[in-house]
Design a protein around this ligand. Structure first.
Ligand SMILES: [Mn+2]
Length: 578
């Protein structure tokens, strides 16, 4: 910092594509501070340091920062300053603040830049002070890139590009820069393995009206893929050269950029003559509207995933005293035993008793609980299949339950059913419907401090926008037929128990009347829901009808693929309740 004459240095934990999960190479904040949470920014001054993180990580950060000399700043809590306000108060006018702008969104960088300028401070986005001192920094990963066959994707690259170029024309943009790895993988029907559990590869795309530049590890692409891309007007360039291509855009060209999904370093390479049009990623909606081919495969692999879940749950009932890690490993083995399952879609949350009250709990072999034949066990997991990505949560009774556990479980199921079964008018967003899943819990004075559901990628990231069900992160994206979304209400009581039930559903048309078009949800997830914990008197007749019909369908779809003993077990688990 002294050598570069910077008074403050910021260390975010993010990759240059602002990905949800980042490769180890980009876990700079973690390396520098010891804090292992996924969201945090370390701020270093000459003689003090602070780490800003959000409410999910306060307890963990307090523990991990003990003795480090780094102060914890509880982001958004009363009286806690924002990073920029704090820096403006600490630093004398004329100071420079440095950051590796590849780890910062352009949106954040530009807002900070403006605020700093008002205080006569300068923000430099081209300063990587970490690489020279992080001696064993993991190398960036560039694994082989492969084609995602159109038999699974349902649309050719040419079709998708034409669609995007039409959107660009509407925005009067000469070119469009995409940094989001999920959007790039989707658009070019390519997949990689550069990020754990997410089949993407490091790359950028610069789409023009006639040609497209794709920046990636050119030595990781086969000649066959190169030729296919060339035929679609796509030229390949080395991954590192994207910033140069931006600097050398023709003067006064107009570029479309999603500033929240593009890093600050890249936008700093645009000439002042370049005209910027900003907005949400043009690929977001077409990517979210799954086509018939994708959905056909998705329903098919949901059955494969359901078979794995049934085998696992049956095994669980026969092995009620394993550890959380052993249970997660067993499910992974069963799931991966099908050749179409290529990976997990995230590391499983396998949580017994009070551990399930921690929403993001992940057991470690050195520190995980042993199950016992009583109480509730929660397993949230998923698989990556070429035909789709899955995400499912079940909470299972391992034996006797408390009255409170039964009530909470039943209300959670009511929430899942109320939202799953609802009919809604075209134009509704997830935020309009979110309350349906919460209402049975709200009536009992219970709330869960997270969204009710998220969109899901197709053989991509398990969390995908633009649609969601949320109170606090409201999306303005309307729910449209072809969208896939999770419904996952829950109850989280610290030190007592955690419950979550999660199904993936598809938005489908229900009917058209003189009032308009109505939609509803059709389940993709095909797996029994434990009826043992239910307090049937808390369910309405229509809740019971929905559950029985769902279970009938689960039995019909799964039983032809099961052994006689598995089939008997499933028949018991899906038996109608009255
Ligand atoms: Mn989920």
């Amino acid at each position: 910092m002294t050598a570069h004459n910077v008074a403050a240095y910021l260390v975010p934990t993010a990759d240059p594509h602002l990905s949800e999960y980042v490769a180890d190479h980009w876990k700079t904040g973690r390396w520098a501070s010891g804090f292992t949470g996924s969201a945090g920014t370390l701020v270093l001054l000459a003689d003090q340091a602070g780490l800003w993180t959000d409410g999910r990580y306060f307890i963990q950060a307090e523990q991990e920062l003990t003795g480090s000399g780094i102060d914890l700043f509880k982001w958004k809590m009363p009286g806690v300053p924002e990073i920029a306000d704090w820096l403006c108060a600490q630093l004398p006018a004329g100071s420079t603040i440095g950051v590796d702008g590849r780890q910062l969104s352009a949106d954040q960088g530009r807002r900070w830049q403006q605020q700093f300028e008002e205080h006569e401070l300068t923000l430099r986005g081209d300063l990587d002070l970490i690489t020279p001192i992080w001696i064993d920094r993991p190398a960036l990963t560039f694994n082989p890139i492969r084609q995602h066959n159109v038999h699974f994707a349902g649309k050719t690259v040419a079709e998708k590009l034409t669609e995007i170029q039409q959107e660009m024309a509407k925005k009067k943009a000469d070119c469009y820069l995409i940094s989001s790895l999920y959007d790039i993988a989707w658009l070019f029907n390519l997949r990689g393995s550069d990020i754990t559990h997410c089949p993407v590869f490091n790359g950028y795309a610069l789409i023009e009206s006639q040609r497209t530049k794709l920046f990636l590890a050119t030595d990781q692409v086969s000649t066959e893929i190169k030729q296919a891309l060339e035929q679609d007007g796509i030229d390949l360039f080395p991954y590192e050269t994207c910033s140069d291509a931006l600097s050398s855009l023709p003067p006064e060209s107009t570029i479309f950029v999603d500033l929240q999904r593009t890093n600050f370093f890249l936008t700093e390479h645009l000439s002042h003559q370049t005209r910027l049009i900003t907005g949400k990623e043009l690929t977001a909606r077409p990517k979210a509207l799954k086509n018939e081919t994708q959905l056909k495969h998705w329903h098919r692999i949901s059955i494969l995933d359901g078979i794995a879940m049934v085998r696992f749950l049956k095994w669980l009932e026969e092995n009620r005293t394993v550890t959380e890690c052993e249970a997660a490993d067993q499910l992974e083995r069963v799931r991966r035993s099908h050749p179409e399952c290529l990976d997990l879609s995230f590391s499983s949350i396998s949580a017994y008793g009070p551990n399930a009250a921690m929403m993001h709990y992940s057991p470690r072999p050195t520190a995980c609980a042993t199950l016992q034949p009583r109480g509730l066990y929660l397993i949230d997991s998923g698989g990556q299949y070429e035909g789709g990505t899955t995400d499912i949560t079940r909470t299972w009774a391992l034996g006797p339950l408390s009255n409170e556990e039964k009530t909470d479980y039943t209300l959670t199921l009511k929430g899942l059913i109320q939202l799953s079964a609802c009919r809604f008018l075209k134009g509704a967003t997830g935020a309009n419907l979110d309350v349906l899943a919460r209402q049975p819990l709200w009536e009992a004075g219970i709330d869960y401090k997270c969204g009710t559901g998220h969109g899901v990628g197709h053989f991509l990231n398990v969390h995908e926008g633009p649609q969601n069900f949320s109170q606090s992160m409201k999306s303005d994206a309307e729910l449209e037929p072809g969208m896939v979304i999770t419904i996952e209400p829950g109850v989280y009581k610290q030190g007592r128990h955690g419950i979550r039930l999660e199904n993936m559903v598809e938005v489908v048309e229900h009917q058209q009347t003189e009032s308009g078009t109505f939609y509803t949800f059709k389940p993709l997830t095909c797996c029994p829901i434990d009826t043992a914990p239910l307090k049937i008197e808390l369910l309405a007749p229509r809740d019971i009808d929905y559950l029985n019909a769902y279970h009938q369908q689960v039995f019909n779809l799964l039983s032809p693929h099961l052994t006689p003993t598995e089939k008997d077990w499933l028949a018991r688990k899906t038996a109608a309740i009255h």
